[in-house]
Design a binder for this molecule. Structure first.
Ligand code: ADP
Ligand code: MG
Length: 236
């Protein structure tokens, strides 16, 4: 098995474990503004997807992602199954030449484009798009403009997705089941944006494990992030 293929199988496994651990949390979020199926659907889908990925003989990244996507499409259902699964199947094509900085950016952009095409949601509609857009834009900028390492870029993308998830709370849902609630969706965190963040956090974890063990991502992020001086530091 290629090292990259192995890393992608490990990522599917970590995501499946995390989503299972967050099943009740995601169900709670979806019961507030939806139909309480997001945790169960995602946990079942990702468990099957990770198993299908593990069963592949000699997989490459494209094949693993395609397999995961197809399984999610078949198993997750609801609005989010085709969005997560179909977009993964489509974006997997960007990994035909393996996993590099360039193919990772292309993959992220194509995935986002497909989610937007299929769901027709914009930033501010209280959906997974609110987590994805800042994450993908941050990742692309980190790699292409700021020339950060893929690991730093991914860590910053996770931080951006986290802010995107927080942003879903005070806004009103305009897409998906939550939009039926109108203004009553205000004050609730979007389940699909939240599961998207969990997936990204697991990708970062697996990337850390497969990257140079001596590289301290958190220190690197701290060093590149602007800091707000506190009273003590400014002597006031
Ligand atoms: P359903 O709403 O069919 O029960 P899920 O509960 O599995 O499906 O997923 C709900 C999540 O799907 C929402 O929290 C939101 O993030 C996402 N979602 C729903 N509709 C759209 C859409 N049109 N575009 C993008 N994301 C959407
Ligand atoms: Mg639901």
């Amino acid at each position: 098995m290629s090292a990259d293929g192995e890393a992608v199988v490990a990522a599917a496994d970590s995501v499946a474990d995390r989503i299972e651990a967050e099943r009740d949390h995601l169900t709670q979020l979806d019961s507030a503004i939806g139909d309480a199926d997001h945790g169960g659907n995602m946990a079942r889908g990702w468990a099957e997807a990770a198993e299908a990925a593990r069963d592949l003989a000699d997989p490459d990244p494209e094949t693993v992602v395609k397999t995961v996507g197809k399984t999610l499409m078949a198993e997750v259902g609801g609005a989010s199954g085709p969005l997560f699964g179909g977009s993964l199947v489509f974006a997997a094509g960007e990994l035909g030449d393996g996993l590099t900085e360039e193919t990772a950016v292309a993959f992220a952009e194509t995935y986002l484009e497909k989610v937007r095409d299929r769901g027709d949601a914009q930033v501010g509609d209280q959906t997974m798009v609110d987590a994805l857009v800042p994450a993908v834009h941050s990742f692309k900028k980190s790699i292409e403009t700021d020339e950060l390492s893929p690991l730093e870029a991914l860590a910053k993308a996770v931080a951006a997705a986290e802010r995107g998830v927080e942003f879903t709370v005070p806004i009103r849902a305009s897409k998906g089941r939550a939009s039926y609630l109108g203004w009553r969706s205000v004050g609730h965190q979007d389940p699909g944006a939240t599961s998207t963040l969990f997936i990204l956090e697991e990708l970062l974890d697996v990337a850390r494990e497969h990257a140079d063990a001596d590289f301290d991502v958190d220190a690197a992020i701290d060093a590149t992030s602007p800091t707000i001086p506190d009273d003590e530091a400014t002597g006031e």
